[in-house]
Ligand binder design. Structure first.
Ligand code: HEC
Ligand code: HEC
Ligand code: HEC
Ligand code: HEC
Length: 503
């Protein structure tokens, strides 16, 4: 006691008050940081979900906050925030990829993607959009439900492999009517018992097995639930060109290294992956779809830093006094970079500028690659018109065709990847640079071949784009000039002059 009295006498009362004040302020600060910081949400269980419960409303009774947030994927996104991914924003315009990238109308002429090809919008619409789009796009049949309806696996189990080729309208009619329009829902990503993440697509499980990795961490699962759909795949065809399955081009690849080179190698090897005939060249070719998973995990800076899709597209957000993963997934630009700002100390403006710089460079390369490839396609058309297939075994022709396809698949890959380079900027530059290299070579070879036949095709080739862009399909879709993307650096016009585009 005496010791304490002495001490108190030594320290003035004022100091004690300050010390207590500091302790209280510090605890308060730590508490606030803890509450605001990106620590993960705590799961509050207030019920259980029965097995095979597809209905999100039922899951919503137990997890109302995630359910409400999931439902918001039906809302239009704020307009004017994204530079190149205007999906379905508050301007209520559905953006047409063929008008944005006119060369695609020429290259994809011959099947559904050359008729109607829209920018993606909220998850709510994935099934609905299949009804709204030109019906040429659903020709592949039941297989189209794989990335759209949670009932896909159940239907394949019930009807066998014939479900893949079942006529589209018949396949749709097999979904329980109440859930006909239901897209990605709780059961697609979650285990009903533990609420942990789970892969619920048989086709993707098979694809993944080819990568030779058995165990996945929680962080990797935050990539894989998205990769169930945001991947490329091939639809093998039988002789009648009916769909007989769905396969991922992963043989020989590994986790973190699914290269475009290996994807192309497999497409070339598997003859029954030739899904469509390119009308302008007459070539039967394969296709590459939205390869977000392959592109992002191919050693991007963010993948190597340990990030997952959910880190940027499903950031933790506060709802009342709870914290949840935002299930209203969208472009981070349309969400004011909420996710990015949790890790990056830079200002929002600085980060927006960085995204734009990456995307501008990618768009410039993509347009160059696209128009160069369109020129080569037109040269093949010219040769086929005049010489039928009599030149098909000429070594110049054979080499040109091979280079043309190498360029084409790289171009389709980057045109289908949805981040305009952001998910992996270095890889975007590499792939598009190679595409331009191959198409330039192919053009040179074909000009040489034509010169041998005494034909001078002149400096620039007319692409006749208006012919491919107007009066498309059952809705007679037209070129929407205001949606076209132009090269931000003005380079494309130097090698493919505006006047030769026929727009
Ligand atoms: C496209 C995939 C996907 C869909 C669909 C989905 N979730 Fe999630 N959910 C996630 C991811 C990713 C997380 C984060 C999990 C983690 O970090 O371990 C998550 C987390 C959760 C959590 C844990 C708490 C939290 O907020 O982080 C709950 C509860 C949840 N989801 C409920 C639902 C419900 C209810 C539905 C349907 C209305 C649903 N989810 C639909 C991917 C999905
Ligand atoms: C069951 C398949 C499926 C799963 C699983 C899935 N997606 Fe999607 N996603 C789609 C489809 C299909 C679209 C396009 C919908 C449309 O345009 O109708 C889409 C659209 C999007 C969009 C654009 C949204 C907008 O507002 O424009 C983003 C962003 C996205 N997905 C991210 C993710 C992420 C991140 C995950 C994982 C957490 C994920 N998706 C899981 C199929 C899926
Ligand atoms: C480091 C952050 C980050 C990660 C990780 C990330 N994305 Fe993205 N994503 C973005 C940005 C930025 C865009 C560009 C949005 C824009 O241009 O409006 C984008 C665009 C998209 C789009 C198109 C959105 C739209 O509105 O049309 C989809 C789909 C998508 N990402 C899916 C994924 C998937 C699947 C993964 C994981 C394989 C993933 N993303 C990983 C940041 C990220
Ligand atoms: C979970 C934390 C996290 C989130 C969320 C995140 N980043 Fe990053 N970001 C990183 C890390 C870590 C690096 C790598 C730093 C390094 O290795 O030098 C990085 C690197 C970058 C780079 C430099 C890339 C390069 O090629 O060097 C840019 C630009 C960037 N991030 C922008 C964004 C944007 C925009 C978003 C949101 C769409 C975002 N980041 C979301 C952690 C994050």
């Amino acid at each position: 006691m005496e010791f304490l009295n002495n001490l108190i006498q030594k320290i003035e009362r004022k100091h004690i008050v300050i010390a207590i004040g500091v302790v209280i302020a510090l605890s308060l600060f730590i508490y606030i940081i803890g509450a605001l910081g990106p620590s993960e949400p705590k799961l509050v269980l207030v019920g259980t979900i029965p097995d095979n419960e597809y209905d999100p409303q039922e899951w919503g009774k137990v997890y109302p906050l995630e359910y409400e947030s999931w439902k918001k994927t039906q809302d239009p996104r704020p307009a004017g925030k994204s530079f190149y991914k205007k999906g379905w924003d508050t301007d209520k315009i559905i953006y047409d990829k063929l008008s944005e990238y006119p060369f695609m109308a020429l290259l994809f002429k011959g099947w559904g993607f050359g008729i109607a090809y829209n920018e993606p919008r909220g998850h709510w619409y994935m099934r609905i959009d299949q009804d709204e789009i030109d019906q040429s796009r659903t020709k592949a049949g039941g297989v189209c439900l794989n990335c759209k309806s949670p009932y896909m696996d159940a239907l394949v189990k019930q009807y066998g492999n014939s479900f893949y080729s079942m006529k589209w309208q018949d396949a749709i009619a097999k979904i329980p009517p109440k859930h006909k329009d239901l897209g990605a829902t709780c059961i697609d990503c979650h285990d009903n018992k533990t609420m942990g993440l789970k892969i619920n697509r048989e086709a993707f499980k098979k694809g993944l097995a080819k990568l030779g990795k058995k165990e996945y961490t929680r962080q990797e699962m935050r990539i894989l639930v998205c990769a169930q759909c945001h991947v490329t795949y091939n639809i093998p065809k039988n002789e009648q060109m009916q769909s007989i399955g769905l396969e991922h081009p992963y043989e020989g690849s590994s986790w973190g290294n699914i290269s475009i080179e290996n994807i192309i190698k497999l497409i070339k090897k598997n003859a029954n992956w030739g899904e469509w005939k390119q009308q302008v060249t007459g070539f039967k070719v394969g296709f590459i779809r939205h390869p977000e998973f392959e592109f992002f995990t191919r050693q991007s800076v963010h993948f190597n830093a340990g990030l997952a899709c959910a880190d940027c597209h499903m950031p933790y957000k506060r709802v009342g006094s709870f914290k949840i993963s935002d299930h209203n997934l969208m472009s981070p630009l349309k969400d004011d970079l909420f996710a990015c700002l949790k890790c990056h100390p830079q200002s929002k403006e600085r980060l927006v500028k960085q995204i734009k710089e990456i995307q501008d460079r990618t768009i410039s390369l993509l347009l160059k690659a696209g128009y160069h490839e369109a020129v080569v396609a037109k040269l093949f058309e010219r040769i086929h018109n005049q010489f039928k297939d009599t030149l098909a075994s000429d070594p110049l022709y054979v080499q040109a065709k091979d280079f043309y396809l190498e360029a084409l698949y790289r171009l389709i890959y980057m045109g289908a990847e949805n981040s305009i380079g952001f998910h992996n900027p270095e890889e975007a530059g590499r792939i598009l640079g190679d595409s331009i290299g191959f198409s330039t070579k192919a053009e040179g070879l074909l000009r040489q071949l034509l010169a041998k036949k005494g034909i001078d095709v002149g400096q620039s080739i007319n692409l006749e784009l208006a012919k491919y862009l107007n009066n498309r399909g059952e809705h007679k879709l037209m070129f929407k000039r205001e949606q076209e993307f132009k090269d931000p650096f003005g380079i494309v016009e130097k090698t493919v002059p505006r006047g030769s585009m026929g727009l």
